[in-house]
Design a protein around this ligand. Sequence first.
Ligand SMILES: Nc1ncnc2c1ncn2[C@@H]1O[C@H](COP(=O)(O)OP(=O)(O)O)[C@@H](O)[C@H]1O
Ligand SMILES: [Mg+2]
Length: 294
Amino acid sequence: MSPSTDAAQTGSRLAARALTLAYEDRTVVHELDLAVPDGQVTVIVGPNACGKSTTLRALGRLLKPRGGAVLLDGTELARIPTRRIARSIGLLPQTPVAPEAIIVSDLVARGRQPHQSWWQQWSDADERAVTDAMARTDVTALADRPVDELSGGQRQRVWIAMALAQETDLLLLDEPTTYLDIAHQVEVLDLVRQLASPAADGTRGRTVVTVLHDLNQAARYADHLVAMKEGRIVAEGRPEDIVTAGLVREVFGLAAVIVPDPVTGSPLVVPGAPWTSSATAPTQTPHPTPGKAL
Ligand SMILES: Nc1ncnc2c1ncn2[C@@H]1O[C@H](COP(=O)(O)OP(=O)(O)O)[C@@H](O)[C@H]1O
Ligand SMILES: [Mg+2]
């Protein structure tokens, strides 16, 4: 059974209202309205530079709106104390920067800062959260290694561990699968799904908003898919309701056919054959050599 993505039905703690975002005099997001469905995985897709990261940063209050607002539980982020936001919203930026020479376990432990206070520096709960986050992202064996000596994929998993250790109800991830090999990509996305799944006692799962550049992974893992172009939302809804050849052409300018994913049944975008352009038309190659043509 497909989960519903009706934000009105599920509720929406985090929302953007007429959100306009700009860098100096250049507006990159225009009056965007978005209700993030609680306890679901929302995936943002769109071409390079369309404003995905900018939107995500504003949802995590790393960027101040030029117009409109981001609301958490109905209150503008700008009016909520930073510490309270840090306990509610975790954000993994697209290119996070680690403090020099920090080791893995110390970086993951930084995810606990919003939970600490001057009278209690480090608790059993902090320890558990860090150990659990490192196990779930497969970085336990790297605990004592300096972060700047890791491979891109290892480092990415460490950052995800830090975001998990923060134990926020809302998690914003900007292209969390970058640098990961395919097995670790699937592992991270399975983990994201698992985080959003309701607990055995029926408690709602976490709310995740993630930017993904792979449209097929987006269609596989999203409950709610948001397609952006030039700073605006072009379509949003369940992947099976919105991913069409027309949408792929409109958003990415790509000719494609959509077939059911053989494993999940979700829409699978197969790019049309770009090599059948006039320059390589079969009439000019009576004995086509596929290796060469491809
Ligand atoms: N810090 C910045 N200063 C100025 N322009 C920026 C900055 N960050 C992003 N931009 C510009 O804003 C636009 C949207 O960027 P971004 O949100 O990063 O796109 P996406 O994540 O969709 O690839 C791009 O044109 C980009 O060059
Ligand atoms: Mg980006």
